[in-house]
Design a protein around this ligand. Structure first.
Ligand code: KG4
Ligand code: ZN
Length: 344
């Protein structure tokens, strides 16, 4: 029997406001370092130009940290995987240029990775904390920048069934949180406060979008209107109703997601559902989808939090899968803010 060494891959993620580097040996993660940029907090959202500058500052230490923690040397690496898109162009360029230079100087192949595919395939990382799903599966990616329902028939056979036509779920959480006076990103604060509130205390108009697409901008406006109206009648409206407002906002968002998910499960007949993206950390979403999976008999996969939010380990797993099939990239491939999952 011949011994085949599993590839050692360095992965780099820089699509938004997290600079991350990971080392994978086959499907196992040896290190996964994430540096979340704090500079955006005071602006209430990610400022693209500041994000690229912060990536430039942290990319070398983050990669160095990942290599040291994995206890390997650069010369042992078999390939470098990086996020080609989608994301903020300036931020993507920092990770992409670094990955290209390093692959050139080490004389090893370069692999470009679609960030949205990576969120989904993070479920295939070998880790004692998670069970790998079976194909076909339905994936719901919910983050600050994305809301996407995808039918996954195989690692490289993905079909987008629906996505948001305007704001992402995380944006709806964060903008509502801002109206309530929480710092950015306020999604986790809404989650915390919602636990002591009445989810049916306030009603907002829910979006009516055909097929499996989503829309959150109308709901966001509806939430703003309820808050403005309340403030007109009572200047302490927010502080007097904070928990109920948070619970009701969260409940409305979950209702939108739940409806589309059930529709997608019915249409596709798929029995495995994977959840990814930072918003997948929401305790209300996790609880409701767990109930739903018992009621409608599908299997729900919730990855560890570090594989939900933006991280390089998820870029690495796609890198390993592409390495195995020899799908390498060219230095001439440019980073791209829009990158369609239907054309991998
Ligand atoms: O995936 P992620 O780290 O970054 C991208 O946007 O790509 O997701 C960040 C988003 C933010 O909108 C944040 O408010 C939201 O995830 N988030 C949550 C929770 N934890 C993070 N939203 C609601 N409840 C949470 N527990
Ligand atoms: Zn992401």
């Amino acid at each position: 029997m011949t011994f085949k060494k599993e590839p050692l891959i360095l992965a780099i993620e820089s699509s938004c406001d997290d600079t991350s580097a990971a080392v994978l040996q086959g499907r196992r993660v040896l290190s996964n370092v994430v540096n979340t940029q704090e500079i955006h907090e005071s602006y209430g959202g990610v400022v693209p130009e500041l994000a690229s500058r912060a990536h430039q500052k942290s990319i070398v230490p983050v990669i160095h940290h990942a290599i040291t923690e994995a206890n390997i040397e650069k010369k042992e690496l078999d390939a470098i995987a990086y996020t080609r898109g989608p994301g903020l162009l300036g931020s993507l360029l920092v990770g992409g240029s670094f990955a290209k230079s390093l692959s050139l100087s080490l004389g090893i192949p370069l692999i470009d990775v679609n960030h949205m595919q990576a969120h989904i395939l993070a479920h295939f990382i070998e880790d004692a904390r998670q069970e790998n799903p079976n194909f076909p599966l339905l994936s719901l990616t919910i983050s600050g920048g994305h809301t996407q329902l995808v039918l996954v028939k195989d690692y490289f056979e993905l079909e987008v069934l629906g996505e948001t036509l305007d704001d992402a779920v995380g944006e709806c959480f964060d903008k509502s949180a801002k109206l309530l006076g929480f710092d950015y990103p306020g999604g986790p604060q809404i989650d915390r406060w919602a636990q002591n509130g009445n989810p049916k205390a306030f009603r907002f108009g829910l979006p009516k979008v055909p097929n499996l697409n989503f829309s959150f901008s109308g709901l966001k406006t509806g939430i703003a209107r309820v808050i403005q109206q309340g403030m007109r009648n009572d200047s302490n409206f927010i502080s007097n109703n904070k928990a109920d407002l948070c619970a009701s906002i969260q409940d409305a968002i979950i209702e939108v997601l739940e409806k589309k998910l059930l529709e997608a499960l019915k249409i596709t007949g798929v029995k495995h559902l994977v959840l990814s993206g930072g918003v997948a950390a929401n305790s209300g979403i996790r609880a409701r989808l767990s109930d739903l999976s018992n009621k409608h008999q599908f299997k729900l996969y919730l990855p560890p939090f570090e594989y939900c939010t933006d991280n390089a380990a998820m870029i690495g797993i796609v890198g390993v899968l592409k390495f195995e099939k020899g799908a390498f990239s060219e230095l001439s491939h440019s980073s791209t803010a829009r990158y369609n999952l239907n054309h991998l």
